[in-house]
Design a protein around this ligand. Structure first.
Ligand SMILES: NC(=O)c1ccc[n+]([C@@H]2O[C@H](COP(=O)([O-])OP(=O)(O)OC[C@H]3O[C@@H](n4cnc5c(N)ncnc54)[C@H](OP(=O)(O)O)[C@@H]3O)[C@@H](O)[C@H]2O)c1
Length: 401
């Protein structure tokens, strides 16, 4: 369920390592621009207030920039940032708490800071976006989008990148947690991907362990109907072949073009020859109603038992140039479709719910400021489902040949 991959007999795993932090009370200096959502509710709102108070208590001159939902676009944000910085000394740092308001708006902020020529490092705060400690749970997988974007920003905009800090997702952050946050912003930890908890500071690390240390994985066979979204695409088609070779009974291959997709007729023939029943469906899986209709048509004698979500739209670009439409088009199928698939199948007895993610989400990749956040969401979503006792696997593919 955690981000991991296998190369040459090694298993690579992302872990959160506790790191000793300074015992002295950390201090900040200079002006900090705190970019906050308008009226965040509940514990998120308490956390925003507590973070702002703590920054000021620890020496920062805090200038708060409140972002209303209808003014979160690139141009509106640029104007707001210019107003906030006009005639004032250059800020020492920027702290975005926008994710705590529910709408990440992180792309627009990152772009607007460049447009407004704010050169200070940007730190982004989330709540409950990572599982760092034993009692942690991902409370909102949507916040993982910020983590996916941050890893790309750290490569594309390294000169003005600060880092990512996750706060506990359950309650409002306590004093110890807030103190640790200030320590991270002050540079005490010299880390850019951290989780701060009352119990300690955790840093993100890639570690490896021999595969021989891991018990063999159970065997899995497709039964009834297996839905493959993007089933007429490159990887979807490949997976469909593998499923058919492994005795799949009914393959439901969904894509917007369905039977009209290039190569669909040949793929159907090939899969049928392998013994599978094949349905090519034209369905936009990011459209909840259309997806519900598709699932309602699954034959009763071959019930849905597995979902493989391989659908994607690729429209790469560096963050600086990505349009809101380019981001939305990619995230619609990565985020919305995944949520719909989850909600519409959660009462079924699925044996597999597989998401096609990417190496770029784990490490960041220049030019993937829309794709990597979507894939980071998938990784977090798999953990989120697992914590609910539901099957989930997120595969972090490298580039296919
Ligand atoms: N290829 C790689 O090297 C690589 C590496 C890492 C991760 N991945 C991941 O693996 C997955 C598959 O990649 P791929 O290379 O096979 O991509 P691909 O060949 O472009 O296939 C994507 C498929 O998704 C379908 N699709 C797009 N939007 C859809 C929607 N809203 N509803 C239903 N179907 C939709 C497309 O068909 P229509 O246009 O007809 O809808 C197409 O069949 C993606 O999630 C990608 O992020 C791929």
């Amino acid at each position: 369920s955690r981000e991991q991959s296998t190369v040459d007999g090694w298993r690579y795993r992302v872990v959160w390592k506790p790191q000793a932090d300074a015992v002295t009370k950390p201090r900040l200096s200079g002006t900090w621009l705190a970019v906050v959502p308008e009226a965040p509710a509940g514990a998120a709102g308490d956390t925003v207030a507590a973070v702002l108070r703590t920054l000021a208590d620890r020496g920062a001159e805090v200038r708060t920039v409140t972002v209303a939902a209808d003014a979160a676009g690139r141009d509106a944000l640029t104007a707001t940032l210019k107003d906030a910085t006009a005639g004032a000394p250059a800020p020492a740092g920027v702290l975005s708490l926008l994710a705590l308001g529910g709408d990440a708006a992180a792309h627009a902020l990152s772009q607007a800071l460049g447009d407004a020529e704010v050169a200070a490092p940007l730190w982004c705060v989330t709540r409950g976006a990572v599982v760092a400690g034993r009692s942690d749970r991902i409370t909102d997988p949507g916040q993982a989008l910020v983590w996916g974007l941050g890893r790309v920003a750290s490569m594309e905009q390294g000169g003005r990148w600060g880092g990512l800090v996750d706060l506990p997702g359950t309650d409002a952050a306590d004093d110890r947690t807030l103190e640790r946050l200030v320590g991270v912003l002050a540079g005490d930890a010299a880390e850019d991907q951290v989780a701060v908890r009352s119990s300690g500071l955790f840093v993100r690390r890639l570690v490896r362990a021999r595969l021989a240390d891991s018990p063999a994985v159970r065997e899995w066979r497709p039964r009834g109907t297996t839905l493959v979204t993007g089933g007429t695409g490159v990887l979807g088609g490949q997976v469909a072949r593998w499923l058919a070779e492994n005795s799949a009974e009914h393959l439901l291959l969904a894509s917007r073009r369905g039977a009209e997709a290039p190569g669909a007729a040949e793929l159907r023939e090939e899969l049928t020859a392998l013994g599978a029943r094949v349905t090519l469906a034209a369905c936009d899986v990011s459209d909840r109603e259309a997806l519900a209709g598709l699932l309602a048509d699954v034959p009763a004698d071959q019930p849905l038992t597995a979902v493989i979500h391989a659908a994607a739209v690729v429209d790469d670009g560096v963050i600086e140039t990505l349009t809101a439409e380019q981001v939305a088009a990619v995230l619609r199928v990565k985020v919305d479709a995944t949520r719909h698939l989850h909600e519409l199948t959660r009462d079924l007895d699925l044996s597999a719910f597989v998401l096609f993610s990417s190496f770029a989400a784990t490490f960041g990749a220049p030019g993937q400021g829309n794709q990597a956040p979507g894939n980071a969401f998938l990784d977090a979503f798999a953990e989120y489902r697992r914590a609910d006792g539901l099957p989930a696997t997120s595969l972090a593919w490298g580039p296919w040949g």
